[in-house]
Design a protein around this ligand. Sequence first.
Ligand code: PEP
Ligand code: MN
Length: 353
Amino acid sequence: MNWINNGKKPVLIAGPCSAETEEQVIQTANRLFRTGKVDVLRAGIWKPRTRPGAFEGIGTKGLPWLQKAKELTGLPVAVEVAKASHVELCLEFGIDILWIGARTTVNPFAVQEIADALKGTDKPVLLKNPINPDLDLWLGGMERLQNAGLTKLGAIHRGFSFAGEKIYRNRPQWQIAIDFKTEMPNMMMINDPSHICGRRDLLQKVAQKAMDLNFDGLIIESHINPDAAWSDAAQQITPEVYGQLIADLIIRDIDPKDLKERTKLDILRKEIDILDDEIMNVLASRMKVARDIGKYKKENNMTILQTDRWQEILHKFVERGLQNGLTEEFITRVIKSIHDESIGQQEKVMTSE
Ligand code: PEP
Ligand code: MN
């Protein structure tokens, strides 16, 4: 449920990664306000940096700057909290919305400490996904906040850290956010293109995808002089570029008002249902054959995994997938997952009496 702006979509949160100086906070707030496309101002005061030595936030002295930005623009302000002392200071300085960062959501002790510090307040809180792709940890963090009696809650999807070749700073893994929405359908879900992308040129595409997936809103980092930002410089954009990004978004309806369009959509959805059914039937048949193979291997005392055979299947799959316009990454994930289940089913047969 979107409690920030009475159901209007999308909810728009913008502001610098970090509050740096009073002037920077006020100028960013004023210029963002002028775009007319901001519902909430954000600014980090305490910055959990992965390596020590990076800018770790201006600290408590930045809180009055946010109070001033709020007075000048009338916009509510949001700050990241990571422990009870941060919560107490935010309550003291009238910060409207708190958010819990990805490095904090991974730690149930920390989330519980924050939840305990908020008991009895009904303060609005947004919970970022943990840095690792663990849906339960994200849901569990939200449950801790709910158990503390908080009702104005929302989730922020900011992507998941990963090793290896990178386009994104944090891999989006949209499915995890969709799974979260399935588990908690009434929870507001906001996308954070800035921390997913880590660079300006990808922001528009990710923000659009979030809108197409029916997310409730966006949180985007904006700075008056992005290149000179004290944290996350490469992903920040000026308030004016931000305004244009939002203006360029295409916001689609979930249910087309036009009856003819709706019928067309119904037909396409039916087609998807039929195809999903087929996928399920084919998978079930494949697993049955895998069990039969398991039986054969057991009788003939053979190993489950035959590496050459597996390499051959993988190769063939990728080749066919590419011919059909699928990405190698996707097709590899699918076949590996199917293979994994087949091995599990064979194993069951082979270890049974
Ligand atoms: C932030 O919002 O500036 C931040 C630190 O984000 P995350 O917790 O997603 O890394
Ligand atoms: Mn940041």
